[in-house]
Design a protein around this ligand. Sequence first.
Ligand code: ATP
Length: 424
Amino acid sequence: MPLKTEYKLPQGHELRIEVKEDKELLVTAKQGQAEVFGTELSLGEQLTLRGQKLAVFTWHGVVLELTADAECLEDVTDVVYEADETPMVEYLNASNVVEQRRRAAREAGGQGPRTIVVGPTDVGKSSLCKLLLNYAVRYGFAPTAVDLDIGQGGIAAPGSIAATPVEAPVDVEEGLPVEVPLVYFYSHVSPADNPELYKFLVERLAALLDRRAEANAEVRAAGMVINTMGWVDGLGYELLLHSIAALRADVVLVVGQDRLYSQLSSELRARKDVSLVRLPKSGGVVMRPPPLRKLARAARVKEYFYGAHGELSPHSRTLGFSELRVYRVGGGPRAPTSALPIGAEPVADPLRVAPVTSPGELLHSLLAVSHAPAPEFLLSVNVAGFIYVSDVDVTRNTVTFLSPSPGPLPGKFLLAGSVKLFME
Ligand code: ATP
């Protein structure tokens, strides 16, 4: 490790670090206090960053040591710089308001805050969610993290919406906990592909989370932190309103867009039970153009199978296509023409579940393994995990796939969609 360099940050400053995709940088807090999106760094603990972009912030001042197996920092990072202008005070204030509601809910045995973070792409929504979750954990709560952003898959694989309890600080290297997530597979990466299905699944997830909250006073009081997708115009805006209503969000944090804030304030004016707060975007948030998002998606799927540091070893298996029972949602006719009024065109039923009949279309697909006991429950039951179709032999009618663990799949039925990617 020939490179070693130190940064002394005064209080309220942050060090913004963008590690190059395939490079590694080690960060250690030597003295003082530092955190990454609300996760405290223990003094002396070495944080390994691989391709990550983040900020190490300090409320009280910190000495950071950066080490790398490189000649100079530029070999492993795109940029490292100190910033004194951050929105952390505003974020902390928002977190404190939410915290008071949590405590009041705990006292009264009532429902704690359901905070939804909204805003266009690349404004730091996911990072703010992590911060809110971490601060809640510091105060002794275990809030539920909900991820409605199907494009990236913050909790489960891309193409899904998911929720998970957060009982410990979010691991800077690994991300949100994935041990017991509640996952629904929407099976596409854009909500525009099947908005009816997106709404249906958000409602299913909301109903299940309601039941969990009803059954457990601590879960209820801790509330939720809901991350959303960055599509905030037209249909995207409509879906956002639907999510706010379905999950009964009562704190809406709008990051980085005045227009969305003003639209939502007129929309929610009559709702005295909903607090709408405008928050600034951090200057450090890194923009990700569509090709980079695609790469990030593939990386996320790879991480699902191989682990953040390659510590998992997935299993490759080959089965006859007839042994796999794969279904797809949407696309079928809503009603037979004979049942429609004269002249009316049959439209596709967005919630129709139909079997996939040819294996060829599954190549490089991510498939969800459903907990459903029968195909008619595929829509309403959550998924156990995912497999990745790495090869299809159409002459032998076989499918080769990667599964996180050996042995039989945890469910009989599989869900396919349009999530395709290349993993070498
Ligand atoms: P999307 O719309 O794609 O979901 P988003 O609004 O959720 O994006 P984030 O994912 O929070 O935005 O941030 C985008 C990237 O910028 C992430 O890699 C994140 O770690 C990084 N980032 C966020 N805040 C900072 C900061 N202050 N300094 C450096 N990097 C940051």
